[in-house]
Design a protein around this ligand. Structure first.
Ligand code: HEM
Length: 140
């Protein structure tokens, strides 16, 4: 169980980060070229939303089956355990909440520019937060 979930979370991280980067770049390009927000742009943002939510769900399960998750919670002096048991989960949850806010703000916005802007800002901050707390030494 642990091995499967750990491998899934490790592999899906590529999907989640790649679709998120594509959504951020696409929204920045769309905003700067002042083009119309099309169904293709909506789908790109939606894939990034789904990709990160799937990773969130796997992360929740992993947290309770991994020796580096809840089992290590409280060992704050060990930086690598603090990262996997506290900082990585907490910061990623905040990042995915921001991405979700960006998605709902883009839906409420009437103008194409405002749609691109909310995706660029909220998805962009989410991406930076996620990248700031990846356990790189475990991943590579
Ligand atoms: C988009 C969000 C997230 C991304 C991109 C991500 C990515 C990663 C990556 C790349 C690793 C290292 C995997 C490896 O060992 O090869 C990892 C480990 C881990 N993640 Fe996440 N994660 C995300 C969200 C979460 C969330 C929300 C939680 C918990 C609620 C979580 C819990 C964990 C735990 C406990 C580990 C250590 C697992 C182990 O090696 O035993 N992750 N994550």
């Amino acid at each position: 169980m642990y091995n499967f979930i750990q491998k899934f979370h490790s592999g899906w991280a590529y999907v989640a980060i790649i679709v998120l980067v594509i959504a951020v770049v696409n929204s920045l390009l769309g905003k700067s070229s002042q083009k119309e927000f099309t169904d293709k742009d909506r789908k790109i943002a939606l894939f990034a939303l789904i990709g990160t939510h799937v990773q969130l769900l796997i992360g929740f399960i992993l947290y309770f089956v991994s020796p580096l998750g809840s089992a290590a919670f409280g060992q704050m002096k060990e930086a690598s355990l603090r990262l996997t048991s506290l900082e990585h989960p907490l910061v990623n949850i905040i990042a995915i909440v921001l991405i979700t806010v960006g998605w709902s703000k883009h839906k409420k916005a009437a103008l194409s520019e405002a749609k691109f802007k909310s995706i660029a800002i909220f998805y962009g901050i989410g991406l930076l937060l996620i990248l700031s707390r990846i356990p790189w030494n475990l991943w590579f």
